[in-house]
Design a protein. Sequence first.
Length: 211
Amino acid sequence: MVNRVHFPSFSDGEYQGRWRRIRDAMEVRGLDCLLIYGAYCSFGSDPGEVNLRYVSNFVDQFQAYCVFPKKGEGTLITSFNGHIATAKEIAAFQDIQFGGLKLDEKAIEILREKGMEKSKIGIVGINSARRVSIPHEQYERITKSIPGAEFEIATDLIENLRLLKSDEEIEFLRRGAEITDQALDAYVKAIKKGVRNVDLYNQVLMETHRA
């Protein structure tokens, strides 16, 4: 997995641990597969893809799915072909496929390829507290195209696991807080009469880049 400066990533071990805990939770709920959805900019500063990113380390420009079976390799389905190259560098999955405007149809294809026609599939949406799942027309098409499968909303499964932070996650949070503090200090020091907003912004970038 590429770990470029501007694309910091958790270790492979972190993702293996997440996937193991997810599959343990799937076992408890009797789920054979998860269909994890993400949509860009659902709640202002919240990209609306936190559950998808937790599993895949990828955020799509528009929307994306991850087909995550209890056994076997997960598949990331993107809607924006301009980000496929980036996805191949930063995503935690090796199997990355393009769905485009027919994202749900690609998800159906992948579910069938993984033998999920008669399985129990959990749909992981955007936010269970706000009761935001996946687009209704996509839900209808997916569930009706695989009539032998049983579907249930399982957004809370990922959300509950995200609350339990690993040591590596805590270290990332600490580092992020340090950078935020440095950015604020740089901003305050740069403020003076006649300074433009763009100058303040550039100063913050320079100071945090050195960090």
